[in-house]
Design a protein around this ligand. Structure first.
Ligand code: HEC
Ligand code: HEC
Length: 351
């Protein structure tokens, strides 16, 4: 029997054929309805993650590197106080984020951005909300040196480890040398982070053909994500990120919490207030959301997208300011109903 949901909105009555949607999404993506994408945006279809994460040729996978990297990731000795490890702010329980709006580090100093999950580290090249690290290996050493995070320096951290026999043995096993350097620390941590890729989410299982892995509402949400909600303009491919930078109107320009984002790295005026599109994998575990942790819940994020996000207007003093941030033209009012927003949220929770 066909399951059809009738929805009465204020203006019209429409029906959703759940069986037909399920059937379509179980087929190869070439048979899917086209996503709603703006002109000139290039996209890749969403899909299940590969069975193993991609490792770059300059730092290939080995089990001994992963094991060493895991130990280093949890090692407070990499901080000057011997109290703060990467895992302090990237905790498995919070999808490898820290569950806080902003992070606490050395001497309980508060940073200015929300800790990202490291679970999707294998994807994308540039790291951080503004992309200031050119790859994951380089990124891994930056928190060690950040005054508000581990407040140390990477060479001293390497020196400290050189004095610990257990690490000499582990580095020998992973890299064939007992001479511990910051570069090798970076490589081991990066290899461990890449190995964290989630594998068996409901969405992955559904994409691999398990028709029972997602319920009707979740599949409807998937369809809305690709079509009416226009999310695929930026969140696409297996990582649900175009790995590009966009301005959602959260710059707080000229105010206390101003964050110029990508512009701080490129000095290109088109990048003022732009941040890297985050992956949406494990999104149910990585609240709060956005670079500044503005939204405590997914509902809040979705309501803001539905309203077209934020479009701050310059005040009289800012009228001729060429740096005044411009919200991405890819964001529009969506007019999603409450039922559609619920379904969209249910879909995001399958990731
Ligand atoms: C004090 C909290 C804190 C500590 C300690 C910390 N991080 Fe982070 N991490 C953050 C915050 C906050 C961000 C986002 C900063 C930004 O984008 O400017 C971040 C971002 C990252 C990212 C970027 C993810 C992406 O998708 O671009 C990676 C990878 C990462 N951290 C790994 C590590 C590693 C490895 C260590 C240990 C060597 C570490 N972190 C220690 C808070 C922390
Ligand atoms: C114009 C590109 C663009 C579009 C379209 C877009 N996003 Fe985003 N999304 C981003 C960027 C960039 C961020 C981070 C912005 C920031 O922190 O300032 C983000 C952040 C998010 C976050 C928070 C993630 C986190 O880890 O904090 C969620 C959830 C999200 N988007 C879901 C969606 C959904 C659902 C849609 C469709 C309704 C959508 N996005 C449409 C670019 C986009």
């Amino acid at each position: 029997m066909k399951k059809i949901l009738m929805l009465i909105s204020t203006h019209f009555l429409f029906a959703i054929d759940f069986d037909a949607l399920r059937e379509m999404y179980l087929k190869d993506s070439i048979y899917w309805e086209k996503p709603l994408i703006d002109e000139r945006v290039e996209y890749e279809e969403i899909n299940a993650l590969p069975s193993t994460p991609p490792y770059p040729a300059y730092n290939p996978y080995s089990q001994s590197k992963v094991e060493l990297g895991k130990k280093l990731f949890n090692e407070p000795k990499l901080s000057s106080s011997n109290q703060i490890a990467c895992a302090t702010c990237h905790d498995r329980e919070f999808g490898f984020g820290d569950g806080r709006k902003l992070s606490y580090g050395h001497d309980r100093a508060i940073g200015r951005r929300n800790a990202q999950s490291v679970a999707m580290s294998a994807f994308g090249v540039e790291k951080f909300w503004d992309g200031r690290a050119k790859n994951l290996e380089e990124q891994a050493l930056m928190p060690i040196e950040d005054k508000k995070e581990m407040a140390f320096d990477a060479d001293s951290a390497a020196k400290k480890l050189n004095g610990i026999l257990e690490y000499k043995i582990l580095f020998k096993k992973a890299f064939g040398t007992e001479n511990i350097t910051k570069e090798l620390i970076g490589q081991a941590i990066a290899t461990y982070e890449r190995s964290l890729m989630p594998k068996n989410t409901k969405f992955d299982r559904f994409m691999r053909g398990n028709s029972k892995a997602m319920n009707d509402k979740e599949i409807w949400g998937l369809h809305i994500f690709r079509t009416k909600a226009r999310c695929m303009n930026c969140h696409h491919g297996v990582a649900f990120s175009d790995q590009k930078y966009h301005n959602l109107g959260l710059t707080y320009y000229g105010r206390k919490f101003e964050d110029l984002g990508r512009y701080l790295v490129t000095k290109n005026i088109d990048d003022v207030g732009a941040f890297k599109t985050p992956s949406l994998r494990l999104i149910s575990q990585t609240k709060p959301y956005m670079h500044n942790g503005l939204f405590p819940s997914l509902k809040g994020v979705l309501n803001a997208y539905n309203a077209g996000m934020f479009h701050p207007k310059p005040n009289d003093n800012q009228k001729n300011d060429i740096l005044f941030p411009k919200t991405s033209p890819l964001l529009h009012k969506l007019n999603l109903t409450t039922e559609e927003l619920d379904a969209l949220e249910a879909f995001l929770n399958t990731l």
